[in-house]
Design a binder for this molecule. Structure first.
Ligand code: C2E
Ligand code: CA
Ligand code: CA
Length: 652
């Protein structure tokens, strides 16, 4: 029985109060009450004073003076109290308490004032009685309107005033008053229902507003996260390329022309094999540690970013002297040479560094980046693991390069490109074993352009395949005139190696001339091979299966790692001339050459040493166990007719 009663109460409460109220609704209700409650008490007071005025002298003084004064005092003090709430801050708990008190007082005041009304009713004539009826009904309507945001209060007032009101007038038996009572009941019921509907709409507006605010906050948070992600490198948490470019643009737009700064670019050498050999997780760890080492070296005010796979960029204030920048470059490259401890063992890489100084090297972000990149490229080409500052000579090199680029794109005619040949000899006897073909471009205005300049450009413009095929055709025609035991060593660019159509056409050329593939050795640089170890290895394997020979060119100029050469398919290894250069002075170079030679003999591959320029170098290399050699000491590259192939030279 009790349970059923509580359930009914709950249902009524829920219906009256709507769904569970949120904090926002409670505060909104409270805010409304702060403005409406003083108004409510003012209506009550004015209406009550009007009743005092009509009943004064007719009803006893205790009703028209003392009780009225007491009730008025209660009204005024409540009104003043609520008026004071305007400026105070309330917690949720306090607001809930105030709302509860409002319902309680609404009931208490309703009982008090209606009891007072009924007491006055018995003293007047019909007109005065009508005033009492008018007073009670109009006051209740006023109160309901004022408490429209608080359904619990409107219902409490409607019931506590309405029920006695109706009972009283039904009991009085007066037909006019009975009609008024019925009329009043209807109005109150309708009004209470309208109030209920109004409250529902009010609370759903507040809820929607709250939802919107939540959504807005959520979107704002997401935007912030996106902003961070869009400008940050996920792995190292450094700035990314985009944010680096923005930074540089902003700096340039602010910078006074006389205030110099430096743009630096760093590129890791030998990083790719770390990924291939030790796995991507190890590669990631190396990059993270590189970022840590660089951050430590560069001051706090500088900007450091990872702008590509293994490329980093930074901006620092100019340290006045070139020598200072050089020092920084040395510190950076030295820091990158310290081996990295991985679970699979120590990993050694190096890093090259290029600097461009604002404003000497350029005024725009694009120029500065281009110049720093050029210096970096020079550093990489000259000596890996070094640093270079962009200079005036570089500027003229760039100018020359762009002239070549222009000439190449505008006026490259295959016919202008010819071949010089350089013999590959037996170091002991000087006997010519074969020829390496080296491309030469004789431009009508620019003169002779070296191959490492125009091949790069031809690679960029997509012409390299066409040039390769043209050169191969000439070389094969030359080969046909040589003594039978000589072979042709032919350089392939990275773009040729990955282009199956070019490879097929090379094969067709060979077949057309009826030459056996074992007369041809394709030279592929270590850097090309390492760019995609697995893919290239498959290709060279395929070439070997067709009968061609494959040489790993410029060995030691790139990653110098012996640990992966067993993964590559090749017949000959060409030791880069940088080792020969200081093979006499540097015991380390000697050691490296010796190790490579031993490795070659254990793998059963031939070895050619490039760049032999002096007799001493030749003798030392012979001592170390080299047999095949190439270099200015024996022959410089020259047109084929400069070699007397009828009577091959036996001594240099
Ligand atoms: P490479 O394949 O390493 O060729 C050897 C380079 O060293 C040649 O430079 C040659 O002239 C030079 N050289 C030979 N002996 C000595 C020496 O004793 N001392 C010094 N200091 N240098 C020596 P070159 O002809 O300027 O060629 C440069 C590079 O251009 C070549 O390096 C090769 O990578 C590339 N290249 C040349 N011809 C072709 C070609 O037809 N196709 C492709 N894809 N690349 C080519
Ligand atoms: Ca070569
Ligand atoms: Ca070479």
């Amino acid at each position: 029985m009790d349970d059923a009663f509580i359930k009914i109460l709950k249902v009524i409460y829920k219906w009256v109060d709507g769904e569970e109220r949120s904090a926002e609704i409670i505060f909104a209700q409270f805010k409304e009450l702060i403005t409406k409650v003083p108004l409510l008490y003012s209506i009550l007071l004015v209406n009550s004073l009007a009743l005092v005025y009509t009943h004064y002298g007719v009803a006893p003084d205790y009703l028209t003076i003392y009780v009225a004064a007491f009730l008025s005092f209660a009204c005024i003090s409540r009104a003043v109290r609520w008026y004071g709430y305007r400026k105070s801050e309330f917690t949720l708990r306090q607001a809930v308490n105030q709302i509860r008190m409002t319902v309680f007082f609404a009931v208490l005041m309703s009982i008090g004032f209606s009891a007072w009304g009924y007491a006055l009713y018995s003293y007047g004539d019909v007109a005065l009685r009508s005033h009492v009826i008018y007073y009670i009904s109009i006051t209740v309507i006023g109160i309901i309107v004022c408490l429209i945001h608080l359904p619990a209060a409107t219902w409490a007032v409607s019931v506590t005033v309405g029920v006695p009101f109706i009972s009283f007038f039904v009991y009085s038996g007066h037909p006019v008053f009975l009609a008024v009572a019925i009329n009043f009941t209807l109005v109150i019921v309708v009004l209470a229902m309208v109030a209920q509907g109004y409250y529902r709409a009010f609370s759903s507006v507040i809820n929607a507003k709250q939802q919107l605010e939540l959504q807005h906050r959520h979107t704002k948070k997401l935007n912030l996260q996106n902003e961070v992600l869009a400008n940050q490198d996920g792995l190292t948490k450094l700035a990314n390329r985009r944010s680096f470019a923005n930074y540089l643009d902003k700096k340039l737009s602010k910078s006074e022309p006389q205030k110099s700064f430096i743009v630096g670019l760093i590129d890791l050498d030998g990083f790719k094999p770390v990924n291939d050999i030790h796995g991507h997780a190890a590669g990631d760890r190396v990059l993270t540690e590189v970022s840590g080492r660089l951050t430590k070296l560069l001051s706090n005010q500088s900007m450091l970013a990872r702008i590509g796979g293994d490329e980093f960029a930074f901006v620092i204030e100019h340290t006045a002297e070139h020598i200072e920048i050089k020092k920084l470059g040395q510190l950076i490259t030295a820091a990158l040479q310290v081996p990295f401890q991985m679970r699979t063992g120590l990993v050694q890489i190096s890093g090259s560094c290029g600097f461009a100084i604002y404003p000497e090297a350029g005024n725009t972000a694009e120029e500065l980046m281009e110049r720093a990149d050029f210096a970096l490229y020079e550093a990489k080409n000259n000596a890996r693991g070094s640093s270079i500052i962009f200079s005036n000579e570089h500027e003229s090199l760039i100018r020359k390069k762009s002239q070549v680029e222009l000439a190449l794109t505008q006026s490259l005619q295959k016919e202008q490109i010819t071949i010089h040949y350089q013999p590959i000899v037996d170091g002991q006897t000087g006997e010519i074993l074969g020829f390496e073909s080296l491309a030469r471009w004789l431009h009508p205005e620019l003169g002779q352009i070296p191959p490492d300049q125009f091949i790069v450009i031809a690679e960029k413009t997509g012409m390299v395949n066409e040039i390769t095929l043209h050169l191969f055709e000439i070389a094969i025609q030359a080969l046909k005139t040589w003594p039978k035991d000589l072979y042709l060593s032919f350089n392939l660019s990275a773009h040729d190696v990955i282009n199956s159509v070019t490879l097929e056409k090379l094969r067709e050329t060979l077949d057309k001339h009826g030459i056996a593939p074992n007369k041809i050795q394709f030279e592929i640089t270590e850097t090309t091979m390492m760019a995609d170890l697995e893919h290239c290895s498959n290709i060279t394997q395929d070439l070997q299966q067709q009968g061609f020979l494959v040489a790993l060119d410029d060995f030691g100029s790139g990653y110098s790692s012996l640990s992966y050469i067993h993964k590559l398919a090749f017949d000959t290894l060409k030791i880069d001339r940088s080792f020969v250069e200081n093979v006499q002075q540097n015991p380390r170079s000697r050691g490296v050459v010796k190790t490579i030679l031993e490795l070659c003999s254990s793998f059963g591959v031939r070895c050619i040493v490039e760049g032999v320029e002096t007799e001493e170098q030749k003798d030392l290399l012979l001592e170390l166990g080299c047999s095949s050699m190439q270099g200015y000491y024996f022959y410089r590259p020259a047109p084929i007719d400069k070699f007397n192939l009828g009577s091959v030279k036996t001594d240099a």
